[in-house]
Structure formats: structure tokens, C-alpha cells
Design a protein around this ligand. Structure first.
Ligand code: ADP
Ligand code: MG
Length: 675
């Protein structure tokens, strides 16, 4: 057997188990060894029935005297056993496992671990872990009892018990085959890889578990750092086909002609970008700025510079709504200079007067082969979390290595910038245009729901407009979310606001329909727009002053912050109301952060702490690079791994001096970014 032996080749793994394993992305023996526990149950306290205290977690060794199934009043099956360790008998109860009587018979010598329940009349242990006593089993050591017992994430019907047994069975044969790809200089005093893998599953004590964690978390981040730094280097080694000259006189003129004064942050970021453009290597820069910080006008200034150099630009937006909005904005800003703007989306492919446009705004339809992107010096990608690396690569090939300017409103904690975004240079617009007001935000308990509807009605009477956001049902816009939005729209139209004009917006509408709804909202033909979170990145309506968000507990804090940024864009005071489905304390206190904190970066840091990094950033940038063990909040480890990665790449840019590490990296990359 080898590390890459498929699990289907193992004894005792049938099609059902195999399909469950596959769902967890466990395909080979190695995958299984790398499926780490997320916690341990501490059953290392060995005791006796006589000494056992109620509530105590402990381990007992002894003999089964009797065992049998009985039924409760409610026809539930209980398995009851009497167990004696020599100091006295104890009753064992298992629920809903009638098959146990086939595995355990009276006279069996077992070790059991669980929690003691003691009343005046009897002593019990409920649903303990159990296994044959060491002397009577063929295992080298206990795995389910009498130790720190690994607990695995049990999705898709794979039990921890099964995983434990399988992994412990595989470990002895596989350990010699595990190659430690870290060189001595990097590994230093950390555990070897085989040691770490053994101890993460079956640590003798918490120190062993901690040491194993440290080694494995190091590896995970180290590999990401190597990958992103190498990507960055390969980018910088290219010479762009399109050097852009900076005409600062005309740039100043453009800036002076704007209807507002740019903030210092905007000016600084324009300068940072200009510096990149004037280099001989292609730019790859990410501009991060809160909703409303004015990223579009920064992009417009850069597009203007590109145009002055005789080159075209493409602007790629995640939705048709947003593409259309950019098209309008850029036409307004750049049209006066005689620059032609074209629009290219799935449903619309036009350019003004059919002249070859100097700027093409579109959706991912821009990537289609029908459109030729010759002479494109700059690619602007807006709201980048919606695009993966693949699209960027495709665009890069199509347009012959243009300069890349990526823009996002998603605040990126420093730790994340250092890892998942490590291949990009980062510019932050950390200042809002003057006069922006914070959106006054309230968590609204059910008892106050009616009041908030009355408030909304009043705002509408005073000439304002309102968004009502329906819950996030799944990660992306699905049929289900669309349906939920429709139901809510009907309820609100009929029961709550029968006299007001309501509109409905969701991702399943045809783009024509979407545009019509948005146009109607902009023209104030609609008072209340009921919408899924598709408005998150689109729609700019300064007259909207209230946003009510249903099921706010389903959203991340940074995402809620982005959503509420749709209001507060005009002169009037604006409000966000948060309704939650889960009204327990942790959910509410999480939401209440939005009442106090109005800084997107701070909120995203909180998200990172509360919800973990995997689900938030895992799929954002680096394909499906989900962290299995390391945490993106660990700045120390991030910096350490980055330093080592830099050192290693300096010594050997292609990693040729480190063939084992190179092989590991190649393999990992193939897994996280197939293709
Ligand atoms: P975002 O960063 O969210 O993409 P936009 O570029 O859409 O923000 O800008 C939001 C609004 O702010 C637009 O109406 C834009 O014209 C305006 N704006 C941008 N920069 C400034 C500024 N320096 N002063 C005043 N208004 C500005
Ligand atoms: Mg924007």
C-alpha cells in the first residue's frame, strides 16, 4: 500500500462509505492521514467505579457481566449493560445502538470512557466510548478510550470512531513513506512530519498535540506563502507589452475638472498606481476601499492615463447591473475627453456609434472568444471577491499581459493580505469623502418589528426610499433565495405596505427585468425595493435612507457593513435595521457590533475571529485553498512562514535546490487550483 493508494482499494470500504469520504474530499490513504481532528475528548483520567464522582469524565477497565436491549415507553431502544471493574458494578446505557449486543457479549473485557452519572440509588455511565482491553485486542494502543481521544468533524455520516480506527490502522505502515519535505534550516526544532501526523491524531498529552499543530499549521501557511510569492515573482519577471507613460499635467487637469475634490487617500492611491504603470513590469495591484470611498473615480483616472498613452482598457464587473452602472459613470467622467466607452455583457454588446471603443465595460462575457482584446493596456476588475484567479489568468492571456488593477470593498485584514493576497500589491483608500454620515444601525427584536415598519412608512411619506433585504439562504443566489424574496415581497405588499409602491429584485430575474426594476427605483417609481443581497455590490440611489435586513444573522459582519453602505449616500440621515432569525445571545451580540463599529476593516477582523477564516476567505482568492488547520489570525506564524518562504525562494527561485518541497508544492497547487 502507498500513500496515493485510493481508499476504494482498502478492505471494508464499500460504495456508501466511499461516497461519503469523497464528499469530504478524502480520496487516498494520504488524504485520510491528513484529515485532522478538530478537538480532543480528554479521557486520560483512569479511575475505578468506587472512586468515581458524579459528572466526572473518566476511564474504567473491567468485565461485562450482562448486556441486553430494552424498549422505553416511547419505543426507543436502550442497550443496558452491567459492568464491573473489581471495585463495584456500574450500569452502562447506550441509546439507539441495538446492534451493540452483537459486538459486545457478557464476559468481554473492555475499557470504557465517558461521564459518570450518580444518583442515590445507582451509578451509571451514559453512551461511553468503548474498546477491547489492550491485552485482548490486536491494536498497538488504545484509540477510543483512556487517553486524549481525537474528535473529527462528522459530516456526511462518517463517525469519529470509524475515522480513528481507520487512521490508527494505516499509520504504522504509512509513516515510513511520509517524506518530510522541509529542509533542516526551515524545520529547525519542529517535529518531523511523520511525528506530527502521528501526534495530531493520537497525542499522549496536550503538549504533543500542540507541537503537532505547530508543525502542521506551519506547513500549511508556508506552502501558501511559497505559492503566492512565487506567483508574484513570475509576474514581475514578465515585461509588459504596454508601458504607460504618466502625463502628470493632463492627470492634474483631469483631477481638477472633477465635480469634487479627491480625498488624500484617493490621490495617494493614484500615485501608487501611476508608479507601477511607469515600470517595465506589469502591475498587479489590489485597491481596497470601503463602499463609497470612491474607487471608481480612481479607476477612471488610471483609464485616462492609459488612454493618453494610446492604449485601451477593459473594466470587468461581477454583475450586469454593476457593469451598466460603471458604463454610465465612466461615460460621464471620460466622455467629455472624447473617450469612447463600450458595454459588453451577456445580453448587451454595443458601443456608441459603433466606433471601436477605447474602454470596454462588461461582465465575464468579456472573456469570451468572440471579443478581441488587442491593444488593451489596462484591465480593471471590480469587486474582486467574485472572481477567482482563473479569470484573471484568462484575461491576462487574452490581453497579452496588461496591467491589472483589482478593486474590492471587502476589507482585508493584514494577516489575510499577507497570505491569500500575497501575490498582489495592496493600496488602501482609508478615507471617505467629506460629509459622509454613518448609517445609524439597530438590531431590532421581534417585539419592535411593527415599530420599524411604521418608521419605514414614515420615511417614505417624507420622500425617502427604502431597501428590504431578504435572508441569505445559500452562499450564492439560488432558486431558493429568489423564492424567499418573492414570498417576502408578497407579504410586504399585501399585509404591511399595501399603499406603497414595492419592487422586487433578485438574481434570478432576466437582466432586462433587473435593469427595469433598478431604473424604476432610481427614478423613484418604487418606494421600497425588496431584494436579495444582489444589491450588495450594485445600485447607487442617494435618496434611499433605510435598509432593513432580514435574517441578518446569516450574513458576515463585513458583508452587512457592505450592504448598509447602500444607504447613507445622500444628504439625509440614514438607518439600518437588523432582524435576526436566531435571537440567542451570541447571535445578537455579534450583530450588535454593527451598532457601534462603522469601520469595515475592524468588522472583518471580528468576522475572522468569530467565524474563522475558512468559510470567509477560503475560496476568495486562491481557488479553493481552505485552511485545514492554521488560522489566519496568527500573525506571528504568518510572518514567520513568509520570512522562511522568502529566504528559500531567494536561495532557489525555482525551488530546484529543494526537490521534495517543490514536489509537495506542485501537488498541493494541483489540488487547490485544478487546471
Ligand atoms: P466605491 O468605492 O464604493 O466604488 P464609488 O466610486 O461608487 O465608491 O463612489 C461613491 C460616490 O462617491 C460616487 O457618487 C462618487 O461620485 C462619489 N465620490 C467619489 N470620490 C469622491 C470625493 N472625493 N468627494 C466626493 N464624492 C466622491
Ligand atoms: Mg464600486
Amino acid at each position: 500500500m502507498q500513500l496515493d493508494t485510493p481508499l476504494s482499494a482498502l478492505m471494508g470500504i464499500g460504495p456508501i462509505l466511499l461516497s461519503r469520504l469523497k464528499k469530504l474530499n478524502l480520496n487516498t490513504v494520504e488524504d485520510l492521514l491528513n484529515y485532522y481532528p478538530f478537538r480532543y475528548e480528554d479521557y486520560s483520567h483512569i479511575s475505578s467505579v468506587m472512586q468515581a464522582q458524579s459528572g466526572e469524565k473518566l476511564t474504567l477497565s473491567g468485565e461485562v457481566w450482562s448486556i441486553g436491549n430494552t424498549y422505553t415507553k416511547f419505543r426507543k431502544v436502550l442497550t443496558k449493560a452491567i459492568f464491573n471493574d473489581g471495585s463495584g458494578p456500574i450500569e452502562i446505557i447506550w441509546f439507539n445502538q441495538p446492534w451493540l449486543i452483537k459486538s459486545i457479549t457478557s464476559g468481554d473485557k473492555l475499557q470504557i470512557s465517558g461521564k459518570i452519572k450518580k444518583t442515590r440509588s445507582k451509578i451509571q455511565i451514559i453512551s461511553p466510548q468503548w474498546e477491547k482491553l489492550q491485552a485482548f485486542s490486536n491494536q498497538q494502543y488504545n484509540i477510543h478510550t483512556g487517553r486524549l481521544v481525537p474528535v473529527y468533524s462528522e459530516t456526511y455520516g462518517l463517525t469519529s470512531k470509524w475515522l480513528r480506527a481507520k487512521i490508527s490502522q494505516l499509520l504504522p505502515n504509512m509513516l515510513p513513506k511520509i517524506i518530510d519535505y522541509l529542509s533542516e534550516e526551515v524545520r529547525q526544532d519542529m517535529l518531523s512530519l511523520p511525528e506530527a501526523i502521528t501526534q495530531i491524531h493520537f497525542p499522549a498529552n496536550l503538549d504533543e498535540a500542540k507541537n503537532a499543530y505547530q508543525r502542521l499549521a506551519f506547513d500549511e501557511l508556508f506552502l501558501i506563502q511559497l505559492a503566492t510569492l512565487r506567483q508574484k515573482a513570475s509576474w514581475q519577471n514578465k515585461t509588459t507589452t504596454y508601458p504607460i507613460e504618466i502625463n502628470s499635467v493632463k492627470l492634474d487637469q483631469f483631477i481638477n475638472d472633477l465635480p469634487f475634490r479627491l480625498t488624500n487617500a484617493q490621490l495617494r492611491v493614484i500615485k501608487e498606481i501611476s508608479h507601477d504603470l511607469s515600470q517595465g513590469t506589469p502591475m498587479n495591484r489590489l485597491v481596497q476601499g470601503e463602499v463609497g470611498s470612491g474607487k471608481t473615480v480612481v479607476a477612471a483616472a488610471i483609464i485616462f492615463l492609459t488612454y493618453l498613452s494610446g492604449l485601451g482598457s477593459v473594466v470587468m464587473a461581477p454583475t450586469e447591473i454593476l457593469a451598466f452602472q460603471h458604463y454610465q459613470t465612466l461615460d460621464k467622467l471620460l466622455g467629455p475627453y472624447g473617450i469612447q466607452i463600450g458595454l459588453y455583457t451577456g445580453s448587451k454588446k454595443f458601443t456608441k456609434q459603433n466606433i471601436k471603443p477605447e474602454v470596454i465595460v462588461g461582465t465575464h462575457a468579456l472573456l469570451s472568444d468572440q471579443l478581441s482584446l488587442a491593444n488593451i493596456g489596462l484591465a480593471v476588475i471590480d469587486e474582486q471577491q467574485r472572481f477567482g484567479v482563473e479569470q484573471r489568468t484568462k484575461l491576462r492571456h487574452k490581453a497579452k499581459v496588461p496591467h491589472f488593477l483589482t478593486m474590492t470593498a471587502t476589507p482585508i485584514p493584514r494577516t489575510v493580505a499577507l497570505t491569500l493576497y500575497g501575490d498582489l500589491d495592496l493600496s488602501v483608500i482609508d478615507e471617505l469623502p467629506k460629509g459622509r454620515k454613518v448609517v445609524r444601525t439597530y438590531y431590532v427584536p421581534e417585539s419592535k418589528r411593527a415599530d420599524s415598519y411604521r418608521f419605514i412608512e414614515n420615511e417614505v411619506k417624507n420622500g425617502s426610499q427604502v431597501y428590504i433585504i431578504t435572508p441569505l439562504i445559500e452562499q450564492s443566489e439560488t432558486l431558493l433565495s429568489a423564492k424567499a424574496a418573492k414570498v417576502e415581497f408578497e407579504r410586504l405588499s399585501k399585509d404591511i405596505f399595501p399603499k406603497l409602491r414595492l419592487g422586487l429584485l433578485h438574481g434570478r430575474l432576466k437582466s432586462k427585468e433587473k435593469e427595469k426594476v433598478i431604473a424604476d427605483f432610481k427614478l423613484h417609481n418604487i418606494d421600497i425595493l425588496v431584494s436579495t443581497s444582489v444589491v450588495e455590490v450594485g445600485v447607487d440611489v442617494p435618496n434611499a435612507t433605510v435598509m432593513a435586513i432580514e435574517g441578518a444573522d446569516r450574513f458576515g459582519l463585513a458583508q452587512l457593513h457592505q450592504l448598509r453602505g447602500r444607504v447613507g449616500r445622500g444628504e439625509k440621515e440614514s438607518f439600518a435595521f437588523l432582524f435576526a432569525e436566531d435571537s440567542t445571545y451570541p447571535a445578537i451580540s455579534r450583530l450588535k457590533n454593527l451598532e457601534k463599529i462603522h469601520d469595515g476593516l475592524q468588522l472583518s477582523e471580528l468576522d475572522l475571529q468569530i467565524r474563522g477564516s475558512g468559510q470567509i476567505y477560503g475560496t476568495m482568492q486562491s481557488g479553493s485553498w481552505e485552511l485545514k488547520i492554521a488560522s489566519l489570525t496568527d500573525l506571528n506564524l504568518l510572518e514567520k512562514t513568509r520570512n522562511f518562504a522568502q529566504k528559500i525562494l531567494q536561495a532557489s527561485p525555482n525551488l530546484d535546490k529543494y526537490p521534495q518541497l517543490k514536489a509537495k508544492l506542485t501537488k498541493t497547487l494541483a489540488e487547490v487550483m485544478p487546471d
